[in-house]
Design a protein around this ligand. Structure first.
Ligand code: NAD
Length: 318
């Protein structure tokens, strides 16, 4: 009888600030019973694995291993890619496209050969470009290649709305769509608090959110990464938690709706580009990009974002 697989294995490629924090968030949340870290920097990956293993007593049962040999990712259910260059202060995510696409050209075929049945989850920036590049390099069915997209941006957006409106972040429903980057779009028209449209919500002692309130909130969402990078050199906690949430949706077959990046086909006039819209995520990857209602300006923004991403994809030779 064939051996039945009872554990789920997550390979995390790149044991830097983001990769190591995803591993830590997964351990604490009990996501992925077997975690394998792969990094070309042997000393770094060994140190991260040691540190994570020393905390195993305090988390749900799991194992963590690591190596500078790609074979460590063998037979993974999910491969998460965080390897590559990160933004320096003042750099945009798109500035990383050429360097990180080149890393993928070498890395992705190796990962596919050791983990041919995996779903690929991209985190490396610019994540929409890198998701498209990985989809083309692997030739996998589009649902099996997704990017963390605007899950993080939407969580920043919800946090800032919640803070202004003085309600719990869990009661705010609002999405950022499009590029995970400068051309992203806030969907104000469909934002709600406990089913009440946000444009009807009156904040105690302040009234409804003004145009200025909204532009301040969105500006803060867009510049959040730079603010954090200026102060500590990298963003890691929120991306760690949001990626663990996407992994949970994948591994636990949740049908959770998340604004992940995936290859869109004839989506409200957007075609053959990876970007984020609210999508159903389950064990197979991205089941469906939902046809969420957008007003004219939001839809125009989405199309513009698609153009920016497509241009960057072409510039890296795909
Ligand atoms: P980091 O420099 O701390 O870590 C990157 C790691 O990748 C390093 O340890 C490096 O040795 C490793 N690496 C490089 N080339 C490799 C290869 N070919 N194979 C295996 N490992 C390799 O950077 P970080 O702060 O962890 O950021 C990683 C990436 O994640 C960046 O591109 C960053 O922009 C991106 N990021 C994305 C989001 C998002 O929302 N999508 C959020 C934060 C960061």
């Amino acid at each position: 009888m064939p051996e039945t697989k009872t554990t789920s294995k997550v390979a995390i490629v790149g044991a830097g600030s983001v990769g190591a924090t995803i591993a830590y968030a997964c351990l604490i949340r009990g996501v992925g019973k077997q975690i394998a870290l792969f990094d070309v920097n042997r000393a770094k990956v060994d140190a991260e694995v040691l540190d994570l293993n020393h905390g195993l007593q305090f988390v749900p049962m799991a194992s963590v291993e690591g190596s500078d040999d790609v074979g460590i990712a063998a037979d993974s259910d999910i491969v998460v890619i965080t390897a590559g260059a990160k933004q320096k202060p003042g750099q945009t995510r798109m500035d990383l496209a050429a360097a990180n696409a080149n890393i993928c050209r070498k890395l992705v075929p190796q990962l596919l050969s050791v983990a041919p049945n995996a779903v690929f989850l991209l985190v490396t920036n610019p994540v929409d470009v890198i998701t498209y590049v990985t989809q083309k390099l692997t030739g996998l069915p589009p649902p099996r290649v997704l990017g963390s997209g605007t899950v993080l941006d939407s969580s920043r957006f919800r946090y800032l709305i919640a803070e202004r409106c003085r309600v719990a972040v869990q009661n705010v429903h609002a999405h950022i769509v499009g590029e995970h980057g400068d051309s992203e779009i806030p969907l104000w028209s469909s934002a709600t608090i406990a089913n009440i449209p946000l444009h009807e919500w009156a904040v105690k002692g302040h009234g409804k959110l003004t145009v200025r309130d909204r532009s301040e909130i969105f500006e803060n969402v867009k510049t959040a990464a730079q603010q954090i990078i200026q102060g500590k050199g990298a963003t890691n906690y929120a991306i760690g938690l949001s990626t663990a949430k996407i992994l949970e949706a994948l591994l636990h077959d949740e049908n959770r709706i998340l604004p992940v990046s995936s290859l869109l086909k004839d989506y409200q006039g957007v075609d053959d580009v990876c970007l984020s819209v609210p999508s159903i995520v389950n064990r197979g990857g991205v089941e469906q990009a939902l046809p969420i209602k957008m007003n004219e300006a939001e839809l125009a923004g989405l199309k513009n974002s698609a153009e920016q991403i497509r241009e960057a994809i072409r510039a890296v030779g795909f």
